[in-house]
Unconditional design. Sequence first.
Length: 390
Amino acid sequence: MAALPVTIGIWALSVSVPVAIEAYQAADKIFVSPVARDSLVGTIPPTPVVPEGAIIGSATWVPPVGAGDTPNTPAATVTPTSTAVPRPTTPGVTPTAAPPTATPYPKWDGDDPLHILLLGVDTRPTDTGAPRSDTIIVVRVDPAAKRVDMFSIPRDLLVAIPGFSTGEKVNAAYPWGELYEVEGGGPRLIMDTIELNFGIHIDHFATVDIAGMERIVDTIGGVIVDVKAPLKDDQYPTYDYGYTRAFFSTGLQRLNGVQAVQYARTRHSDGDYKRSERQQELLLAIRSQILTTGIISELPQLISQVGDALRTDLSPQQALSLARLAQELPREQIYSHSLVPYTQAAIINEGWYLVGNWEALRWLAQNLVDDPDATSNPALTPTETAPVEE
């Protein structure tokens, strides 16, 4: 089952959370201390091992209905093997509009680009094991150029997980980090996994769960999206691992929290890659709603509701600084990138995987500004003309 997108995102997080942090004493739930860790950038990255007998398909493969919807949290008996990768011991068209009036937040300290990892955590009331992070979005923020680039990592991508495996799905890193009590937990292990495989340093993370995202969208008054083609999913997964129907007609429409989660999680109509596009579209819809509606006046309510659903190792000061940057950032300076051209579908040990062209994937991740296929128009969002309250 696909997890929700992290639609709180950089913008919703930074614009909203810090404003009333003291009043609601949510800091201890939202903001966690960063874990000191050695950077894996510069380590010779391994090529994830594809076992003999794997059936490699085409990059346009779409999984059958129901594939991958059962939990894949590792059993308690799983232990790292001798083939584990060692952990190093040394270190369409959006209208253009003027940006909202900036709030008097502090400027970001520094001009160097940074990468922030956004994780959608699939936590359900009946779960007894560690949750999965089936939504993985890397956001590159360039404060000097006032530019943001983002790309989604498919949950089925075959990667090397440092300290655990030379070939496993990337979404196994989060539960393994939680289950085996890696210092920093699931976020730490998946940050290390991305660094090792893609060769980019991950500076910070933010996670949100399903229920939290629903509450966030409802609190800000819903989001407006432009559905390009009808979506119908008769096997949309429920909290108790059952199924229900999710349906969206074409055109501009406002979605509430439950609908927004469904829109971003469904994939049986058009596959995992289209779902990733919708996740990024929803990120932009959240940003637009916050910046255009003056929702800042209602942020104490938002904070009181999301404190148990959101977690990040950004400090409150950093979040405030990103809030200022978010409001100064032109919409056309937000770019989306796709990994689709550089992956192929595969069946490995009767499981569904994506096998990457790692030379191409690493080049893309490390050279986003040079990507000729980047787009700044992944979806239609409302014109951003309403000023943000100071």
